[in-house]
Design a protein around this ligand. Structure first.
Ligand SMILES: Cc1cc2nc3c(=O)[nH]c(=O)nc-3n(C[C@H](O)[C@H](O)[C@H](O)COP(=O)(O)OP(=O)(O)OC[C@H]3O[C@@H](n4cnc5c(N)ncnc54)[C@H](O)[C@@H]3O)c2cc1C
Length: 371
């Protein structure tokens, strides 16, 4: 059976690799750019699974699938490709900041305590720390507004570009063909009545297949519109920066991701930290978003408020990317394109595409082998 995957961000690459482990599939991945350039190239790779508020249904199941798969996937890819993937196994520490109303703070802590109990019954650890414990373990956090923290030792962070390149290299080893620099212009609808498409039209000619997987992020809208089944995916801009401090914050042997007020401080080694990201929506129904420099500055200031040492750091890089967000429906979209029996959508992952890539690949594999 031939499978064509359109898009080679983290999602398309994860699907390609998981499908390469299934016997008798001939897989081709097409991307108009090199791998990991679009949303994936801008992501911070924070995998907020256990520390998310999702506790049941598909949203939790997907997180759980991904958390479990990453533990085996990273060593598996490292062995296959001989490349190291930066994978932070020291967990995620979420800072809880005081609101103007202290009763709100108490309520927040008691909600985290409830989540901690639920996670224990699900087989995961979560710890609520008071300020004394936080001070002791993470002395770099000096913000007086912090009333405590939640520590999630089994959550992770990784380098999304390194992950995607490793998935590509491993899939290639397993026989997958990659065509980079090739634009998919459209999927040809069936000429007679029916719901099975047979080919994609690309800038390098047509390609036939039994299955088409649309993992094209923001590009998925145009491909679905061309088949008169518009999936509306809109951009949400995120800006981030890399700070160079030259030495580790706090204890060099304990460098979890620190997060609070939706700002992540991500240790990337050698005293460098990624800080981000802004969440900027298009205005007036347009799809254009120009990065607001003040918003990036306020993200940096929030990071400094949490860890004052960061004021001494220098900015060595800033960047931005567009997250693919489904309009009017929850993220992500993993289903057959309505009206077609062999077009699978794996798109619209918005803020969690790196986290959910393995679970998405798992779901797509199940849909293909069930047929
Ligand atoms: C600043 C920022 C921080 C983020 N942080 C995190 C985080 O910490 N954790 C997390 O889980 N997620 C994070 N995300 C979200 C994450 O980046 C996305 O959800 C994820 O990258 C989506 O992956 P994707 O493969 O679906 O899309 P993309 O990476 O956008 O890839 C889509 C690919 O499809 C190709 N394509 C599109 N149309 C066509 C066509 N017609 N023909 C050929 N190729 C086509 C594009 O060239 C592109 O390579 C962040 C995003 C941003 C912007």
């Amino acid at each position: 059976m031939n499978v064509v995957i359109i898009g080679c961000g983290a999602v398309g690459a994860a699907i390609a690799y998981e499908l390469s482990l299934v016997k008798q599939l001939k897989i081709t991945v097409i991307d108009k750019q090199p791998p990991a350039q679009a949303s994936t190239g801008a992501a911070l790779g924070v995998l907020m699974g256990i520390i998310s508020h999702k506790i049941k249904g598909k949203a939790w199941r997907m997180r759980q699938t991904s958390i479990q798969r990453y533990e085996s996937l990273i060593p598996e890819l490292e062995e296959l490709t001989n490349h190291k993937i930066a994978f932070n196994r020291q967990g995620i520490l979420m800072l809880l900041a005081r609101n103007t109303d202290s009763s709100v703070a108490d309520e927040e802590i008691s909600q985290w305590q409830k989540l901690t109990e639920i996670r224990h019954t699900q087989g995961y650890q979560l710890e609520v720390w008071d300020t004394a414990k936080l001070q002791n373990i993470c002395p770099q956090v000096e913000d007086k507004k912090i009333i405590g923290a939640v520590y999630s030792p089994q959550d992770r962070q990784l380098d999304p570009t390194a992950l995607t390149l490793a998935l590509v290299a491993a899939a290639q080893k397993n026989g997958v063909t990659f065509k980079f620099g090739v634009n998919v212009l459209g999927i040809t609808p069936p000429s007679q009545q029916g719901d099975i498409c047979q080919q994609v039209e690309t800038t390098e000619g047509n390609l036939t297949a039994d299955w088409f997987v649309v993992a094209a992020g923001l590009g998925s809208s145009a491909l679905s519109a061309q088949l008169n089944q518009m999936i509306d995916i809109r951009p949400v801009l995120g800006q981030a920066l890399q700070l160079r401090l030259g030495h580790a914050l706090g204890n060099p042997d304990f460098q979890p991701v620190i997060t609070g007020n939706d700002v992540h401080i991500v240790p990337v080694g050698d005293g460098d930290y990624w800080v981000g990201a802004t969440v900027e929506f298009p205005t007036n129904g347009s799809h254009e978003i120009s990065p607001d420099t003040e918003l990036l500055e306020s993200i940096k200031q929030q990071a400094i408020a949490f860890c004052p040492d960061l004021a001494k750091a220098t900015i060595i890089r800033t960047w931005s990317g567009l997250r693919p967000r489904p309009e009017g429906r929850p993220a992500p979209i993993i289903e057959k394109l309505s009206g077609f029996n062999n077009i699978l959508l794996a798109t619209g992952h918005y803020r969690n595409g790196i986290l959910l890539a393995p679970a998405t690949a798992d779901a797509i594999r199940e849909m293909i082998i069930a047929n």
